[in-house]
Design a protein around this ligand. Structure first.
Ligand code: ADP
Ligand code: MG
Length: 277
């Protein structure tokens, strides 16, 4: 369907191939689709299969069973793999592992250079990408001297310069300080709202999930919950069962409700809580 950018159909993924004993089924018969333009957040505790699912979404891993389609292209189709990676770009946890050059603008140019884009067009894309992530003034700087949040923004610019429709971010804030986290969250929101990029954002910070259009919660290789942030976080007991926390404000509203206060069960922001109190 035209409004889907990624479709995962009955996908199972097993690590290892040395017979039954050596196999670990990380993804168990999952079917989901990511809608064009949506901001999807994937939650789940460690080992629930989030990174495996992310890597299946752009052909870094191929399903053991089932199929993954990116813009209608099957990730098993070897001829399409570069198109697929260009359509769905990946940003990882550690910005240091993603930076390849000694000058910011050269780093951002690396992807499009490998795509064989003409030099003038590359220069245009690099400048545009650096402006979007608000790192243009740093284009001549050495990446290793930047803060974690700045490095991660450079890594995002490197993906943007390849003009992907969809950006998959696997715990992009996990190694950052609180300021770096805010910088990256604001960048992700801007990519979705202003640049119209489809976002798949994997995180274990509940507060970051509040802004999503839709949340998937994973457990043991399956989708345990799916819904809007309000639908998900109003089920505080279920979330806790899955080994996760709820956003701080939701937790407070939940405790107050248990004490007998008449407060709705879908409070996500301080503003909403202040209003009902
Ligand atoms: P998450 O990102 O949610 O922490 P992962 O997708 O990394 O989860 O891992 C899901 C399961 O697959 C875990 O049990 C993990 O130990 C296992 N796993 C992940 N990567 C590998 C690998 N390269 N080889 C074998 N098992 C792996
Ligand atoms: Mg992971």
């Amino acid at each position: 369907m035209a409004d889907e950018i990624i479709r995962i159909e009955n996908v199972t993924y097993q690590y290892g191939s040395g017979g039954e004993d050596n196999q670990l089924t990380a993804i168990k018969d999952i079917s989901i689709s990511v809608k064009r333009g949506e901001y999807l957040v994937i939650l789940g505790h460690n080992g629930s299969g989030k990174s495996t699912l992310a890597k299946l979404m752009n052909g870094l891993l191929l399903p053991t069973k089932g199929d993954v389609y990116v813009n209608g292209m099957n990730t098993k189709d070897q001829d399409k793999i570069w198109d697929i990676r260009q359509t769905a770009g990946m940003v990882f946890q550690n910005p240091d592992n993603q930076i390849v050059a000694t000058i910011v603008e050269e780093d951002v140019a690396f992807g499009p250079e490998n795509q064989g884009i003409p030099p003038l067009e590359i220069r245009k894309r690099v400048d545009e990408a650096l402006r979007i992530v608000e790192m243009y003034e740093y284009k001549k700087h050495a990446p290793h001297l930047l803060s974690g949040g700045q490095k991660q923004r450079v890594a995002i610019a490197g993906i943007l310069a390849m003009k992907p429709d969809c950006i998959i971010l696997d715990e992009p804030t996990a190694m950052l300080d609180p300021i770096g986290r805010i910088e990256i969250i604001n960048t992700i929101k801007k990519l979705n709202r202003e640049e119209k990029k489809t976002i798949v954002h994997i995180t274990h910070y509940m507060d970051e999930a509040v802004e999503a259009d839709r949340i998937l919660v994973m457990e043991e290789g399956r989708i345990a919950m799916e819904g809007t942030p309000k639908e998900i976080f109003s089920q505080v007991d279920r979330i806790k069962e899955l080994g996760l926390d709820v956003p701080q404000v939701t937790e407070l509203a939940y405790e107050l409700r248990k004490e007998g206060f008449d407060i709705p069960n879908d409070i996500l922001t301080v503003e909403e809580l202040v209003k009902v109190l």
